[in-house]
Design a binder for this molecule. Structure first.
Ligand code: PLP
Length: 387
């Protein structure tokens, strides 16, 4: 008898399925549920970006682009990144990818050898550890805590560094906590990376969604540019999740090998999406700012509302997530979310989906209308009365 299981790679089968997909499945069965569970903008891509893509299709621009992406787009990305005090050469330090997801995957693949350890601050975006495992690396969770405002410190990192540590994942503003770090706070992490001679994968996909001051890139700190691999993309800032356009920037020796992974796996990122991304960078800033203002308004509503319900919460200064503690209810985060969904038709994500240190918390995305957010929080308030 044919046994499909025996053919599968143990590297792949040993990776557990995402904790989030279970809740999507559960929520999908409940059509009237309000979902604060998704990690994507509730806006459609701005009209002028869509129009540029339609024009590109009508002009027949349907072939492959250059391997690392259209040079026009790489030049626009280089120009754009100067706003964060970053300088990358569009010819050999920028590679356009199929979303930030591919950027992450090829960067890990190019750096991690069998058994190399990568420090991943937790709670963390669900793809980091699986992508590290797929690249044959060894993810090492570094817990952060509410007491520390979910910020990462050198002291946290020192506890987990070993002679096998090769890299550190850095994601601020953070999915799932929404927490951002200041330049001063980043400095000690940069010092730690330099002291231990580590590569830093800096996932800055939420850079534009920063509500207090300007986003700081760890790559802009002294001595960090050469050891930072910057990962970003258009999905969140420009509401372009379905277009699959991201990018990875690094000094040229690193980028050359990262590009090799991209070349043999993807050939190139989607051409029409790249042309839309050029329009986003050239003319999309006002639309982007209007969306960011709206997320900001919702953030200012949701945080005090959770506090008034009695939940502790670290101030989310970025992204579109709030990560309140539900410990007072005595329920596990999975039970809390399941009961809330079944009793009140509100879908949010258990913190445990983001690693063990997410237990006791829930992730609420405010990428939904203010009206729905208010209704959802009214229901959360009713739900917690019984505890
Ligand atoms: N990084 C983080 C922290 C994310 O939250 C996401 C998406 O949710 C991504 C990367 C990947 O985004 P995309 O592949 O759409 O660019």
């Amino acid at each position: 008898m044919f046994d499909a299981n025996k053919f599968l790679s143990t590297r792949v089968t040993s990776i557990p399925v995402s904790g989030i997909s279970r809740f999507f499945d559960l929520a999908a069965e409940r059509k009237d549920a309000i979902s604060l569970s998704v990690g994507e903008p509730d806006f459609v891509t701005p009209e002028k970006i869509r129009a540029a893509a339609i024009a590109a299709i009508n002009a027949g621009k349907t072939s492959y682009s250059a391997n690392p992406g259209f040079i026009e787009l790489r030049k626009e990305i280089a120009k754009y990144l100067t706003k964060f005090d970053l300088e990358y050469n569009p010819y050999d330090e920028i590679n356009v990818t199929a979303g930030g997801s591919e950027a992450l995957d090829i960067a890990f693949t190019a750096i991690l050898d069998e058994g190399d350890e990568i420090l991943i601050p937790e709670p963390a975006f669900v793809s980091y550890a699986p992508c590290a495992l797929l690249a044959a690396g060894k993810p090492v969770a570094v817990p952060t805590s509410l007491e520390n405002g979910f910020k990462l410190t050198a002291a946290d990192l020192e506890k987990y560094v070993t002679p096998k540590t090769k890299a550190l994942l850095f994601n601020f503003p953070c999915n799932p906590t929404g927490v951002a770090m200041t330049r001063e706070e980043m400095q000690e992490v940069a010092d730690f990376a330099i002291k231990h001679d580590l590569i830093v994968f800096s996932d800055e996909i939420y850079a534009e969604l920063t509500y207090s001051g300007k986003h700081c890139s760890i790559a802009s700190l002294p001595g960090m540019r050469e050891r930072t691999i910057l990962l970003s993309g258009f999905s969140k800032a420009f509401a372009m999740t379905g277009w699959r356009i991201g990018y990875v920037c690094a000094e040229r020796t690193l980028l050359k090998e990262i590009n090799k992974c991209h070349q043999f796996r993807l050939m190139c990122a989607p051409s029409i999406g790249q042309l839309a991304a050029i329009e986003a960078l050239q003319h999309g800033e006002d639309d982007m700012k209007a969306m960011v203002d709206e997320y900001h308004r919702r953030r200012d509503y949701i945080v005090p509302r959770f506090r008034s319900i009695g939940f502790d919460i670290a101030e989310p200064q970025g992204a579109f997530y709030a990560f309140p503690s539900i410990q007072k209810t005595g329920l596990s985060s999975a039970d809390f979310c399941e009961q809330l969904l079944l009793e009140k038709d509100v879908a949010i994500v258990p913190g445990s989906a983001f690693g063990a240190s997410g237990e006791g918390f829930v992730r609420c995305s405010y990428a939904n209308s203010m009206e729905k957010i208010k209704l959802a929080l009214d229901r959360v308030e009713e739900f917690v009365q019984k505890f």
